[in-house]
Write a protein of this length. Structure first.
Length: 317
C-alpha cells in the first residue's frame, strides 16, 4: 500500500544506550517503551529516521563468537565488521517491529523499513594509529598477545580488569546507502538505519572493504541529518536538558545555546568526554553543515515535547 509522508518536520533521532538493553530479551521489552515515544512524534506528523547505538550488542556478539571459537574448536572467529552488521540487523528488527506494532495499535497507516548501512571512513584517519575502543572479551596478557600476533589485533590492558582488543573510532565521511534511506523516508516510511554509526568501510577502486572500528553513532547521525537537510537532529540521552557545572551546587540547565556559546562551554571543560561532550560536538557539526537546522538534546521521555519547543536543550547557528 502507498504511505503518505507526514506534514511535519523531518527529524533524525539518535537513541542513547538507555533506550536499549544489554540482552536481546531485555532489549525486546525496552524497545516497546521506546517505540511509544517515537510514535508520539509520528502521530504529530513528524517524519522520523531512527539511528541507535550498538556498543553492548556488538560486544556481546564478538564475545560469543570468541568464546565459542576458543572452546568448541568448530566455530570460527567472527570478523568485527560482520559482528557490527549482525548487531544492526537484530536491533533494527526489534525497533522496526515495536514501532510498527505501536502504529498499528493507534491506527496509524504507515510502515517501517530497516536499512543496514555502511559508513565510509578514510584509511589515513589518525584514529587508526591509536585504537582506543575496547571490544570483546577480557583476556590474560598472554592470551591477548597471542591473539594480537595471530590476527593482527591491537590489544591493551583495560583498567586493571584484564586485556582486551581495541579498535579505532574514525570520523564518518559518507553513508553508502544514503539514497535508499532518503527515498524510503520521502515515501513515508519510518526508517531505522545507521545503527552503531554504520559498519565502517574503506572505499578502494569503487569497492568497499569492512574494517575493525567503531564509529560514534552521534557523529554518524549528525552527518546523516545534514546530508538530507533534516529540520532537526535529536540526540536522546538520560537527562532532560544539558547542564553546566553539572553535579555541583551551581548546576544550571540550558534551554538553548548558539554554536559560539557551545564552543565556549567546551573550552571551559563543562561537558564530560565520553558522555555529553560528543553529543554537543555532534550537534555543532550538524548545525554548521546545515545552518537552517536545529539540534535538540533531551531524554527519550521528553522528545515529543522537546520537538514542540517545550523542553530540552536547543543548539542553533
Amino acid at each position: 500500500m502507498p504511505y503518505m509522508k507526514g506534514e511535519g518536520k523531518s527529524v533524525v533521532i539518535a537513541l542513547g544506550g538507555n533506550a536499549l538493553g544489554n540482552t536481546p530479551q531485555e532489549q525486546l521489552e525496552l524497545v516497546k517503551n521506546t517505540a511509544k515515544h517515537i510514535v508520539d512524534m509520528v502521530a504529530e506528523g513528524i517524519n522520523v529516521v531512527v539511528t541507535h547505538g550498538n556498543g553492548p550488542q556488538v560486544g556481546m556478539i564478538n564475545n560469543a563468537f570468541g568464546f565459542a571459537s576458543k572452546n568448541d574448536g568448530k566455530t570460527p572467529e567472527m570478523p568485527f565488521p560482520e559482528a557490527g552488521a549482525m548487531s544492526q540487523g537484530y536491533i533494527g528488527y526489534q525497533l522496526s517491529q515495536a514501532i510498527l506494532s505501536e502504529m498499528k495499535r493507534r491506527g496509524i497507516m504507515r510502515s517501517t523499513a530497516n536499512v543496514i548501512t555502511q559508513t565510509v571512513v578514510y584509511p589515513d584517519d589518525l584514529a587508526f594509529d591509536n585504537p582506543t575502543k575496547p571490544v570483546g572479551a577480557f583476556m590474560t596478557e598472554e592470551e591477548a598477545k597471542e591473539k594480537a600476533e595471530a590476527n593482527g589485533w591491537a590489544v591493551k590492558e583495560d583498567a586493571g580488569r584484564g586485556w582486551r582488543r581495541v579498535v579505532a573510532s574514525p570520523t564518518p565521511r559518507r553513508i553508502v546507502e544514503f539514497d535508499a534511506v532518503k527515498d524510503l523516508m520521502d515515501a513515508g516510511y519510518i526508517v531505522v538505519s545507521t545503527g552503531g554509526g554504520g559498519v565502517p568501510v574503506i572505499e578502494r577502486n569503487d569497492s568497499y572493504e569492512g574494517v575493525a572500528a567503531v564509529i560514534d553513532k552521534d557523529r554518524s547521525a549528525s552527518m546523516l541529518a545534514a546530508s538530507f537537510n533534516a529540520d532537526m537532529l535529536v540526540i536522546l540521552t538520560a537527562v532532560e536538558k544539558v547542564c553546566v557545572n553539572f553535579g555541583t551546587p551551581e548546576q544550571e540547565a540550558i534551554d538553548s545555546m548558539s554554536i559560539a556559546q557551545a564552543r565556549e562551554y567546551i573550552a571551559q571543560g563543562q561537558f564530560a568526554p565520553g558522555s555529553m561532550l560528543p553529543k554537543v560536538e555532534a550537534c555543532i557539526d550538524y548545525v554548521e553543515r546545515y545552518p537552517r537546522g536545529k539540534a535538540l538534546i533531551t531524554s527519550l521521555e521528553c522528545a515529543a515535547a522537546g520537538l514542540r519547543g517545550e523542553t530540552g536543550t536547543i543548539i542553533k547557528a
